[in-house]
Design a protein around this ligand. Structure first.
Ligand code: ISL
Length: 557
């Protein structure tokens, strides 16, 4: 069998540093906290971690607004601590990936300050444009186009200093870089090289669909308005109901990504050692998503684009057929020979057990771990952590604060998925000894925490450990797959490889018990042995199944 490269089959784990572990008693997670818990990854059986941004930042968007791309945010620690963390992780055999945020910089970055000042070296670093005079108010300027920010309101912000607008597809404190400027592209290589030289194993690359916008040169010198969506027919004067035709998924952005891949491939070639990788982030339709892998001309991009289909396409309302369809969609569209990846959550979306059902946690983790390719776990999924409750008063997410009010904020807020990790049942769930934490700890932590799950006979964490161990089997790393719904409730995933064991996942995603006929499952022969099952299952590891049918209770896998 062909030996796989580490990233092709690793179990990758996302750390949200602000909420992982606080070592210096300020209620905010930090690098020393992560360092003190590296054993957790060994214990859980994950081989690689990626951290949301740890760079210097005013924290408007909790690190996605970077003011110094070459330094560590002081609440999180310093460069020495980062280097120590990297070294220790590597000693333990854990790969470390950073979050690379090329689309925008904080308006407090030197790049932006100098650009706003008109410094010749930096003046075109961002997307600056004149506005239109307001016919109704001569002291007011109107923005160059109707483009809207992901976090609400116009994507253009007026600079009194420069007497121009600048583009921000996210918060107004996150100015979009001008990727039509070669100097910006060069700067990005410098940033990547800086961290690669420190020894990082690669990057998760942020917000790629927004990298490049329409060029006024192609539109009579003007920034073209995005078309209004159907909803806008009713409120056409309002911002916020547009289709991002000129601001998202522009074909030119892929050339930038292919350039980064060429750069990292060259870096790998020049420096040897284990492969450094890029995993791209962006929500787009399947065609535009697959282009991140590469194109028909043979240009290659990300090692893989993150697969968000389990987040965007299915939920608690989905049936077994929806699951199968969603899984096959990625596997069908993926270029031949490419590597798949799977995940149920991240720091931008409601946590997996909340978006689905609590009784589905073990089944969902099984799907994630048993499909071909790389599995991605968002911090807390290994113990089935649910969304925390965050009141309007406690809400800090810029998206919720900008777009919502005390009635509607929960529709936008990403805070519930970002509450601190539950280590144990002590104060603040063992996350911090400070009186308060930056976001409140979810109130179910006394019942739902890692320490308890390590002690309990059956727990999500123990299931998770068995799953990561199972991933070491050749049947999962190299095997073929077969997947199909047996009913509206239950589907099977079979992994098989010549003379090795056949592994079968049966998952009832429905809300009622479901009885399935086992001889419909290819390669499954009885007697079959249970390797692991959901914590609420009546079956135990080692149980032998000889019957022709099997009944699974709601959510059982
Ligand atoms: O989260 C989304 C949909 O659920 C996206 O629209 C998301 O905003 C987009 O993919 C970019 O997200 C990333 O960049 C943002 C940052 O706020 C997010 O936390 C990050 O994951 C801006 O840097």
């Amino acid at each position: 069998l062909i030996e796989l490269d580490w990233w092709q089959h690793t179990a990758l784990y996302q750390i949200y540093p602000r909420s992982f572990m606080d070592s210096d008693e300020d209620g905010i997670g930090d690098l020393a906290g992560i360092m003190s818990r590296l054993e957790h990854f060994k214990d859980a059986g994950v081989d690689a971690i990626w951290m949301s941004p740890i760079f210097t930042s005013p924290m408007i968007d909790f690190g996605y607004d970077i003011s110094d791309f070459f330094d560590i945010h002081e609440e999180y620690g310093n460069m020495t601590q980062f280097e120590d963390l990297l070294e220790r992780a590597h000693e333990l055999g854990i790969k470390v990936l950073l979050d690379f945020v090329p689309n925008h910089a904080s308006t407090e970055s030197e790049y932006f300050i100098k650009s706003e000042d008109g410094d010749p070296e930096f003046k075109d670093f961002f997307v600056w444009a004149d506005g239109y005079e307001d016919p109704e108010n001569d002291t007011n300027m109107l923005p160059p186009s109707n483009w809207v920010s992901q976090f609400g309101g116009s994507a253009w912000e007026w600079s009194d200093k420069r007497k121009q607008f600048y583009l921000h597809q996210f918060a107004k404190e996150q100015a979009d870089f001008n990727f039509r400027n070669q100097a910006v592209k060069d700067e990005m290589f410098k940033i990547m090289e800086f961290w690669l030289d420190k020894g990082v194993d690669g990057f998760r690359v942020d917000a790629l669909p927004y990298l490049i916008e329409a060029d006024p040169a192609d539109h009579d010198g003007k920034y073209p308005d995005d078309p209004l969506s159907g909803l806008a027919q009713f409120e056409s004067h309002q911002l916020g109901y547009t289709i991002p035709l000129y601001t998202k998924d522009l074909i030119e952005l892929y050339d930038v990504v292919y350039g980064w891949r060429a750069f990292i491939d060259k870096y790998n070639e020049d420096h040897g050692g284990d492969t450094r990788v890029i995993f791209s982030e962006g929500y787009a339709n399947i065609t535009m998503t697959m282009l991140y892998y590469g194109n028909e001309d043979g240009e290659i991009g990300a090692h893989f684009p993150f697969n968000f289909d389990f987040i965007t396409d299915i939920s608690a309302k989905s049936n077994a057929r929806d699951f199968v369809y969603t899984i096959l969609k990625w596997l069908t569209y993926m270029p031949y020979g490419a590597v798949a990846n799977w995940q149920f959550g991240n720091h931008d979306n409601n946590r997996m057990p909340t978006r689905f059902r609590h009784d589905m946690v073990d089944g969902l983790n099984s799907v994630n771990m048993m499909l071909p390719g790389t599995s991605v776990t968002y911090q807390g999924e290994e113990i089935g952590m649910r969304d925390g409750y965050v009141s309007w008063e406690d809400t800090v997410d810029v998206e919720a604060c900008n777009r919502g009010d005390n009635e509607t904020y929960h529709l936008y807020s990403r805070d519930p998925a970002r509450t601190p990790y539950h280590w144990d049942d002590s104060k603040n769930a063992g996350f911090s000894t400070h009186t308060t934490t930056w976001l409140p700890v979810a109130d179910d932590y006394e019942e739902l925490n890692l320490a308890k799950q390590k002690e309990d006979d059956r727990s999500h964490f123990k299931v998770y450990q068995k799953l990561t161990a199972l991933r070491k089997e050749k049947t999962l790393s190299h095997g073929e797959y077969s997947i199909r719904a047996l009913s509206d409730c239950t589907f099977y995933l079979v992994r098989y490889l010549r003379t090795y064991d056949t592994l079968v996942l049966l998952f009832n995603v429905g809300e009622e018990p479901d009885t399935v006929v086992l001889n419909r499952i290819p390669n499954l022969t009885t007697p079959a042995t249970v390797y692991v099952s959901s914590i609420h299952s009546s079956r135990n590891a080692g149980d032998v199944i000889t019957a022709d049918t099997l009944t699974l209770v709601a959510g059982e896998a």
